[in-house]
Design a protein. Structure first.
Length: 125
């Protein structure tokens, strides 16, 4: 089966990012596509493929302590750590946009889990 290149990059990126970011104990990770961003209410809607390929929606509240990072693959000649061939750049909530592929790290449990990190990847232009 041949996967579209953007899907292949997303799958490889999730695997790499999942290994490179150390989650806090009790944290859980999700990966999906940003559907909507509301900067005023600090909310983000993300869709991910869940069990049995069912689309699930994550309604996230992005607190002021949430790490927001854009992670870009480095050109091969700039890679210094083969275990993490990415450049991470801090971003603001207003920099998120629909269509962005994200890995989200949730801390804790309960109805209002804190979002510890949002890692954004975008295909190269």
């Amino acid at each position: 089966m041949h996967l579209p290149s953007s899907l292949t990059v997303a799958i490889l990126t999730v695997g790499t990012l999942a290994g490179a970011w150390s989650a806090a104990p009790g944290a859980e990770r999700h990966a999906g596509t940003v559907v909507a961003v509301d900067v005023q209410s600090r909310t983000v809607l993300v869709e991910e493929l869940g069990v049995a390929a069912r689309v699930e929606q994550l309604h996230l509240w992005i607190g002021p302590e949430t790490r927001l990072v854009r992670s870009e693959a480095l050109p091969a000649d700039e890679v210094t750590d083969p275990k993490y061939p990415f450049r991470d750049t801090p971003i603001e909530l207003r920099d998120l946009r629909p269509g962005d592929f994200v890995v989200v790290e949730l801390d804790g449990s309960g109805n209002r889990r804190a979002v510890g990190a949002v890692i954004v990847t975008r295909p190269r232009s």
